[in-house]
Design a protein around this ligand. Sequence first.
Ligand code: NQM
Length: 341
Amino acid sequence: MLMRGGTSKGAYFLAGDLPADPAARDGLLLRVMGTPDARQIDGIGGANPLTSKVAVVSPAAGADADVDYLFLQLGVEEATVSDRQNCGNLLAGVGPFAVERGLVEAEPDETAVRIRMLNSGSIATAVFPTPGGIVDYDGGTAISGVPGTAARIDLDFAGTEGSSCGALLPTGRPRDVIDGIDVTCVDNGMPVVVAAAASFGVTGYETDLSRLRDRIQSLRLQAGVLMGLGDVSASSVPKTTLVAPPRDGGLVCTRTFIPLRMHASIGVLGAVTVATAVLIDGAVGHDLADLPPPGSPLSIEHPTGRLDVAVELDGTTVRRAGIVRTARKLFDGTVFPRSSL
Ligand code: NQM
């Protein structure tokens, strides 16, 4: 099934429909997407990392979840398949997909699905409308980066701290210096290196920062080692987020690199992680942020609007993280991958 999940788009599969061997599965998925090719002309990928994504869903192996969700990020020009990051955007489609495929029985009004995110082991709960036991994708909720409105999907996260790195502040410090630039290395669902836009000599409000590519790569390669991720030259994490003072009533303004292209907006768990960093005393961004009263949404400004997240901290312990998204079923059918890479 092809679905839009939040501001991403991807192919959703039942795990049982894919080869069990990860190498065979990854080879098949590359051919499904049309990777490697800048235009992905011979596959169903959309020539961008945000539309070159796969969700693999299966009945839950443990009693603490209803379904298991493995996220795979495919390269566009490079033949890479990575399970080293979560995707909170495709996550928005997992609950509806589980109902559509009969893995979860819908309630008559709204349905809550507990989803184990296999990439990190953490659990998310998705709540979405299912009037009469059928998923309703239509509704009045707008999210920046997606035209029109759709049904609201509430996502609540548990245990996202240190999802890939083992600790919220993987270096043990709220601030490090790399290449002479102050950074905060942080992971509350997504490994991110946060740096002030000004320390790169830019405002952080630009729409094209491709000129920073080499400096971003140098920063993230060194940060990857400090964060315990090892050699990240072929990995989609850590991401890098440049922060600047808000200029649209939000918490902070961001420009995010995934890992080297600029994101059209910002990822869900990326936004949760950046908001978390900014709340921490001594972290990069804390001083330039406009902190709202406790309990208010934290609005992350990005190139195409704002993304509101909820994060509550107790020192450096995360008490709560959540977000509102939408998703839509776009197509359900048979894909015909080419026979070899
Ligand atoms: O941060 C893009 C996206 C993402 C990931 C990325 C995501 C998240 O916008 O949870 O959703 O950071 O590569 O889908």
